[in-house]
Structures are given as structure tokens and as C-alpha cells.
Design a binder for this molecule. Structure first.
Ligand code: IPE
Ligand code: IPE
Ligand code: MG
Length: 237
């Protein structure tokens, strides 16, 4: 039986277009990143209203280190400021925050704030907001392969026991549902190394709207578009 999509359980967002949005207004790129924080709030609100239970935000890719140091520092500062500013409201809204990605490369301060935010919001039961920071889909997959190889070498795991399920259990997203809908703002039509394993059967939604202009109405529009899709998962109807 085909599954007519209603409300997606998990929406993942590639928040793209901040730099161009700022430049077109004669500002520095970082100004666009700061404006984009409001769109994160709008999506959380939209998800709470619609009953979406999981939201994943692609905040910083491993490839983003290749940007000018000033922009990277600006993004990290914005992240720290947002954590401090937003955590109380997230707790109030019943939002649990979970971070995925390679934390080791982040500064001590960023790591501490992320951990505190996870700890302070862990009781949130309405929505889980996953923040992908220093995230790379390929790195996540190779890390899982390496962990399983180590177990096999140690004799704890037989290679025949490696299945899609045991593999997925080694990813950052272990225990999380796969995204049903991936939204990318900013006009590009690519995944940029985001949730490569998890998005295998996700519906993809691309919009030319730049991330800082993405608001609750646009989030709702994406959900409505998803609602009109027919997910077949390889079957014929
Ligand atoms: C935000 O948009 C994505 C992040 C990496 C934080 P960009 O900074 O990529 O903006 P554009 O694509 O250059 O406009
Ligand atoms: C993807 O956006 C990464 C994030 C949204 C964090 P980019 O702007 O870095 O992607 P590319 O470089 O255009 O593929
Ligand atoms: Mg971009």
C-alpha cells in the first residue's frame, strides 16, 4: 500500500542563502546568518503547531571550515549567542535539542554550551530539534564503518551481522527516525553532504526563498506540498 503523506514526522532543513541575502542588501554575510536565526524560530513554531515531532537543522558542514576565518568565527559566535538566548524558551516550548556532528573540532566554549543546552532541554517532549554542527554525511558513514570494523577485528562482531539496522545504530542519528522531508532554501538543488544515509527515501523540497526570508507560512507551504506527494517506497501504489 502506498503511504499518502500527511504531516511529516521528521523535517530536515538545509538553511541556505544567508550570505546572498545579506550581500543583496549591501551587508556582510554574517548579518545574513544573524537574520537566519529568526527563521529557525519560525520553523520550530510551525512544527509545534503542525505536530511535526522532529526537526533537523543543517547549521555548519565540515566543508564550511573552508570559508574565511572571520565568517567561521561569526557563525560560531552567533551559535553561542543563540544558545544562551534561546534555551529558556525552548525549555518552555517543550523542545529537546540534540546535536549531531564531529564535536571534537569545535572550541571548548562551543562544546560546553552545546552540552549545557542538551542537558537543559532533555525533558522536552513536544519536539526534538537536531542541530547538525560540523556535520558531514560521508564522515558519519565512514566513522560508522570504522567502528564496526574495529568490533569485527576484536572478534565481538561477525561481518554477517552487519545489516542496515546495525549500521544505522552506529550513526550520529542512532535511534532517530529518518527524515520524511528535506527542505533546502536558497535555490540550489543539492544535498551538500547532508544526511546521505538517512535521506534515502526522503521527499525533497527546494525553494528559491533565501533562508532569512523563510518564515512560518513558507514552512507550512512545504508541509502542504509534502502532503500532496505519494510515497511508494518501491511499491507501485
Ligand atoms: C547559510 O547560507 C548556510 C551556512 C553555511 C551557515 P550561506 O552562508 O551558504 O549563504 P549563501 O549560500 O552563500 O548565500
Ligand atoms: C550547506 O550550505 C551547508 C549548510 C546549510 C550548513 P552550503 O552553502 O555550505 O552548501 P554549498 O557549498 O553551496 O553546496
Ligand atoms: Mg550556501
Amino acid at each position: 500500500m502506498s503511504q499518502t503523506a500527511a504531516i511529516p514526522n521528521h523535517v530536515a532543513l538545509i538553511m541556505d542563502g544567508n550570505g546572498r541575502w545579506a550581500a543583496s542588501r549591501g551587508h556582510e554575510r554574517t548579518w545574513g546568518h544573524a537574520a537566519g536565526a529568526e527563521s529557525v524560530r519560525a520553523c520550530i513554531k510551525g512544527a509545534l503547531v503542525a505536530g511535526v515531532r522532529w526537526l533537523t537543522f543543517y547549521a555548519f558542514s565540515t566543508e564550511n571550515w573552508k570559508r574565511p576565518a572571520e565568517e567561521v568565527e561569526g557563525l560560531m559566535e552567533l551559535l553561542c549567542d543563540s544558545i544562551v538566548k534561546e534555551t529558556p524558551e525552548l525549555v518552555e516550548q517543550g523542545v529537546r535539542v540534540v546535536v549531531i556532528g564531529a564535536r571534537g573540532a569545535l572550541s571548548e566554549k562551543v562544546r560546553r554550551l552545546l552540552e549545557e543546552m542538551e542537558e537543559q532541554t532533555k525533558g522536552g517532549e513536544k519536539l526534538t530539534a537536531v542541530l547538525a554542527i560540523n556535520y558531514s554525511g560521508r564522515a558519519e558513514i565512514t566513522r560508522a564503518a570504522s567502528a564496526l570494523a574495529a568490533e569485527a577485528m576484536g572478534g565481538e562482531l561477525s561481518p554477517v551481522m552487519i545489516t542496515a539496522e546495525t549500521f544505522a545504530a552506529q550513526l550520529y542519528t542512532a535511534g532517530m527516525p529518518d527524515p520524511d522531508l528535506v527542505i533546502r532554501t536558497g535555490g540550489e538543488k543539492r544535498l551538500s553532504n547532508f544526511l546521505l544515509w538517512q535521506a534515502a527515501y526522503a521527499e525533497l523540497y527546494f525553494t528559491d526563498v533565501m533562508w532569512p526570508d523563510f518564515n512560518e507560512d513558507q514552512f507550512r507551504e512545504a508541509l502542504d506540498d509534502y502532503g500532496r506527494r505519494e510515497r511508494r517506497f518501491g511499491k507501485i501504489r
